[in-house]
Design a protein around this ligand. Structure first.
Ligand code: FES
Length: 110
């Protein structure tokens, strides 16, 4: 399977869904940013800003590895955190996540 066959769905803060190509080994945050969707991701993926906060569609939650302590700590600083909140810079895209759906959280706009 070529990497071009992978994709993710991103719902923007206006509720519009975007289907964008994904690359194996990239962070979900990088995939969102490099497809010109508005995500601040201020720290560039160092897990020190929480401006890459997304909500994971419930059916995908179990497919993700659990957050590490530093991700949990940083989520404490995010806006409107929910049970399905994750930092998209801490999620590495793998083929198993092909088609995952995430929603950009408030406070992540540039
Ligand atoms: S980009 Fe800063 S915590 Fe994810």
């Amino acid at each position: 399977m070529s990497e071009n066959e992978y994709f993710i769905y991103v719902v923007d803060r206006e509720g519009k869904e975007h289907k964008i190509p994904a690359l194996e080994g990239w962070r979900i945050m990088e995939i969102i940013r490099d497809n010109d969707l508005d995500i601040k991701a201020e720290c560039g993926g160092c897990c020190s800003c929480a401006t890459c906060h997304v909500y994971i569609a419930p059916e995908w939650l179990e497919k993700l590895y659990p957050p590490r302590d530093d991700e949990m700590d940083m989520l404490d600083d995010a806006f409107e955190v929910a049970d399905n909140s994750r930092l998209s810079c801490q999620l590495i895209f793998t083929p198993e996540l092909n088609g995952i759906k995430v929603t950009l959280a408030p406070g992540t706009e540039t």
